[in-house]
Write a protein that binds this ligand. Structure first.
Ligand code: ADP
Ligand code: ADP
Length: 228
């Protein structure tokens, strides 16, 4: 489903953020991406989302060849692979419902389908009772639930989450993890960059560890492996 062959990313300033990365990710996997600050996690995510291009190597995401891909295919890649950020990036002037529905409206889904799917997603993320509230009225955990809802509403095959619990307290973080587990159980591939050692060591999944732009560990049901 996702393949990287000898991928290197060198930024214009000469920094080599990723070097000779080889990685295969199967459909339905759940992967934690760990490593110290500066290891290359964000660069890895940006490469998969085609925000930036690799300097060398091949990247395949589903049927997309990210090296050969044309710009006009980007909207389709973004539907196949959806990103969730630590800081939510919600639309402040839209309600919970509208933030989620909007992702379907921009690709011109029929009104009835938008309504039905949006309500289904709000149910999954536990926000049905808050559909009319605005982001400013929500807690951090609720905002993250909205951003997850928005990310999954067009049923992507891959979800990438960049430190989704980074701004949340432990209890709220566990609630967010339940949603990711559910999404993964429904067959969606989940890749999560995280510094949350208790989550990684408790909800066991494959752990890919980056350091200095290289993969230094890749373990099925691995450990976080750093001091918290
Ligand atoms: P992480 O997400 O693991 O903290 P990053 O991918 O952000 O790591 O960074 C990896 C390396 O690339 C770091 O040395 C960082 O300073 C560098 N870097 C990240 N983004 C850029 C950029 N846009 N231009 C130049 N260097 C960058
Ligand atoms: P109408 O009643 O004019 O057919 P809708 O009820 O479908 O329109 O939508 C009106 C506005 O309310 C739209 O901006 C839509 O995004 C939003 N909306 C639609 N359904 C709901 C809902 N169940 N809860 C909250 N907002 C909704």
């Amino acid at each position: 489903m996702i393949d990287l062959h000898h991928v290197t990313k060198k930024y214009p300033n000469g920094i080599i953020a990723l070097e000779d990365i080889n990685l295969h990710i199967d459909k339905g996997e759940f992967i934690y991406l760990v490593g110290p600050s500066g290891a290359g996690k964000s660069t890895f995510i940006k490469l998969l989302n085609r925000e930036i291009k690799a300097s060398q190597g091949q990247i395949y995401v589903g049927d997309f060849d990210l090296v050969k891909m044309r710009g006009k295919q980007l909207p389709y890649l973004r539907r196949f692979l959806s990103i969730i950020y630590q800081d939510y990036k919600l639309l402040d002037n839209k309600t919970v419902y509208e933030n989620v529905a909007y992702a379907m409206e921009v690709i011109e889904k029929p009104r009835k389908e938008v309504k039905q799917r949006t309500m289904e997603v709000l149910e999954l993320v536990g926000l049905k009772s808050k559909e009319r509230m605005y982001p400013r009225e929500l807690s951090g955990g609720e905002k993250q639930r909205v951003s997850i809802g928005r990310a999954i509403v067009n049923t992507p095959r891959v979800i990438i989450a960049d430190e989704p619990t980074g701004n949340l307290d432990p209890e709220t973080s566990w609630g967010i993890m339940e949603i990711f587990e559910e999404i993964n159980n429904q067959g969606t591939t989940v890749i999560m960059a995280t510094h949350n050692s208790s989550i990684v060591n408790t909800l066991k999944h494959r752990v890919v560890a980056l350091e200095g732009g290289r993969i230094i560990r890749d373990d099925e049901r691995g450990e976080y492996g750093y001091e918290a």
